[in-house]
Design a protein around this ligand. Sequence first.
Ligand code: NAP
Length: 264
Amino acid sequence: MRLPRKHLLTKMGETMSKTLQDKITVVTGASRGIGKAIALELAARGASVVVNYQKSATAAEELAQEITALGVQALAVQADVSQEEDANRLIKSTIETYGRVDIVVNNAGTTRDNVIMLMSADDFDSVIDTNLRSTWLVSKAAVRSMMRKRYGRIVNITSISGIMGNGGQTNYSASKAGIIGLTKSLAREVASRGITVNAVAPGFVLTDLTSGLPEDITSKLNENIPLGRWGNVDDVAKATAFLSSDEASYITGHVLVVDGGLAM
Ligand code: NAP
């Protein structure tokens, strides 16, 4: 029987919107910016979300309430994911609360930009630890449970800086290029256990991380973006939700660039 077009659209809409029904997800650095948008997008698609944060307790608690109002479960968990004990505790509390972890989005990140001559070794280490070490630690903590369940989705937020390089960001670009290598190696290690590992590489997105860029640099950047605008947090969230879903079950070790064409 042929369904009327309106019915088909509704059906499609329902499937699209609940592609993550009942999935248990952890989003690191979800209190602000891109991580917050990812948490909301996953929740809108039916997932329960563990909202990780480092310092912004009030924002994280408010986000957890906002997510609960969408009809799914949410839990705010403080953890400095660059620290092994904290990363392990984040995953442990997720499993203790919800019984498993299906999806991990490694989003927590930071910058300490400077030209190499003025960048301290501490600036280098701290950006590598927050961006790259955290991704390794949280993935390691989650993979054991995912392997047992023979199911998992890991999405790592990298950056086009990790692909193209960027002056003033030797630490950040190294951390983001490292995330791409980590993604591909882990994807190969765990593929046989039903776990996919992918990365999303945003271009320029207006958040607290980029709000300090001087006006002359931002307007010059706009000229180089083929689609003529900066990305917004939802552009990144939707790409991440796709890679987190079973619609992407045959995609692993992939880097999905979300940059308005900047890096091509
Ligand atoms: P943001 O607005 O500065 O937010 C950073 C988030 O990470 C916050 O929730 C912060 O938590 C959390 N965080 C930082 N260090 C942490 C730690 N050690 N442990 C746990 N959480 C930590 O940044 P954003 O722009 O949304 O960036 C999110 C991700 O996208 C980053 O990986 C970034 O590199 C990447 N990215 C961003 C852009 C862009 O243009 N914005 C482009 C490419 C890639 P608190 O609030 O508690 O401090």
